[in-house]
Design a protein around this ligand. Structure first.
Ligand code: ATP
Ligand code: MG
Length: 390
């Protein structure tokens, strides 16, 4: 996200130095020498983060804090205070300043502070229904990191071309969400999305679940049964935990994919279907192939497009936006009105390693929301291992 920083300072040299530094870090920069100029910029809706000097020619800088508190975007304010003026800084933090830096501003600290403010902005934007209009119906993927943008663009192509997709990634990284996204954003969206968990179904039943059976084909099969391949005709069949599929069924699946048709168990007629297959696994496929637990030919047939979802700890920049998304979801589910996540809490949430990935993050926010009686989630609302308090 390329944000614009509004620098409010009457000293031209200070504005220039800081402006050049922030420009070199990829931020947009707007300079304002007075409070009046700053107000004009803010009224135009510009300035995502504000760097604010205290003594300005036309007034006391922190007065701007109260005006900003009423603005819809509430850009975070970083105060620049004179060395030693801790009392004033504390007062300003109470009035909603995001952070303060002492003069002369050190670039390293400035960068850290701006980084935290950036996280706050992206979380808030999500919370303030940012881009919600685009998301009302279609499935969507939260996360704007480079890695996710690339994956989403591949997913969109796979969706348009109706080719087989193999989704891999650790538990909780969003494999099923990705499968539903592919279904929801392509020509098959109005047709069924059928999910089957290959690990949760008894081996003996999996074949008939997938392909169906004719009456009397085996003991207990009193009636004809339509398999999920047929139910999903025209749509998407999501084969979750594909690595658990027994080898003989793998062989049948491969044949069905190549011929676009199959027989029901105990049946003689070939049944034609048009199904897009999306398979998912959190186990290393290469290893399973080496161990001859998974057919290599099926593996290649499935991964016409392969989407390897990164662990959350490898795309930490998506965490604030995800938090905003989950807080908003919980607000509407529980009728709550949580508006903020404190900076300390945000820091802990970004620092944590998330072995359970997005699922764990979602649960942590759900819990925090339940424990929070105020408008802001703070560190004490987080599970202790995440908060880093033992
Ligand atoms: N990009 C995303 N945006 C919003 N929520 C997400 C996203 N990805 C995953 N989630 C949420 O995280 C949780 C886990 O997602 P999902 O079930 O798709 O993971 P998975 O990779 O299939 O996990 P497992 O391997 O354990 O089956 C779900 O509650 C889902 O709604
Ligand atoms: Mg899953």
């Amino acid at each position: 996200m390329a944000l614009t920083i509004l620098i409010v300072d009457d000293e031209e040299n200070a504005r220039k130095n800081i402006g050049e530094f922030l420009g070199s870090k990829g931020f947009g920069v707007i300079e304002a020498p007075t409070l009046a100029d700053a107000r004009t910029v803010l009224q135009r809706g510009e300035g995502d983060i504000i760097l604010l000097d205290v003594q300005l020619p036309d007034g006391y800088g922190p007065n701007l804090l109260l005006e900003i508190a009423g603005m819809p975007d509430r850009p975070p304010v970083i105060l620049i205070t004179a060395y030693g003026d801790i009392e004033m800084a504390v007062e300003a933090m109470k009035n909603g300043a995001h952070d303060f830096l002492t003069k002369p501003v050190e670039f390293e600290q400035l960068e850290k502070s701006i980084q935290r403010a950036t996280e706050m902005v992206s979380m808030r934007r999500e919370l303030d229904h940012y881009r919600q209009s685009q998301r009302q119906n279609a499935e969507f993927i939260v996360g704007n990191s480079k890695a996710m943008q690339t994956l989403v663009s591949y997913a969109q192509r796979a969706s348009q071309a109706s080719v087989s997709v193999l989704v891999t990634g650790e538990t909780g990284t969003g494999k099923e969400v990705m499968a539903r996204f592919i279904h929801g954003n392509g020509p098959r969206a109005s047709k069924p999305f059928i999910a089957i968990n290959c690990a949760a179904i008894q081996t003996t039943m999996l074949e008939s679940e997938l392909f169906g059976h004719e009456a009397g084909s085996f003991t207990g099969a009193d009636r004809k049964k339509i398999g999920l391949m047929e139910v999903a005709d025209g749509g998407v069949l999501f084969l979750d935990e594909i690595s658990s599929m027994p080898l003989d069924i793998q062989a049948k699946l491969l044949r069905a994919l190549e011929e676009r048709s199959f027989r029901r168990v105990g049946g003689t007629n070939m049944i034609n279907v048009d199904v897009q297959i999306i398979a998912a696994t959190n186990r290393p496929m290469k290893k399973l192939i080496e161990d001859e637990k998974f057919r290599e030919d099926l593996y290649y047939r499935l991964k016409v497009v392969d989407l390897d979802l990164p662990a959350l700890r490898d795309r930490k920049e998506d965490i604030p936006e995800l938090i905003g998304f989950f807080v908003r979801k919980m607000n509407s589910k529980l009728g709550m009105n949580i508006r903020e996540v404190s900076q300390r809490a945000m820091q802990s949430l970004v620092d944590y390693a998330w072995p359970g990935n997005i699922r764990e993050l979602s649960n942590a926010i759900e819990r925090a929301t339940l424990f929070c009686d105020e408008e802001a989630i703070d560190i004490q609302h987080l599970p202790t291992d995440i908060a880093g308090i033992f």
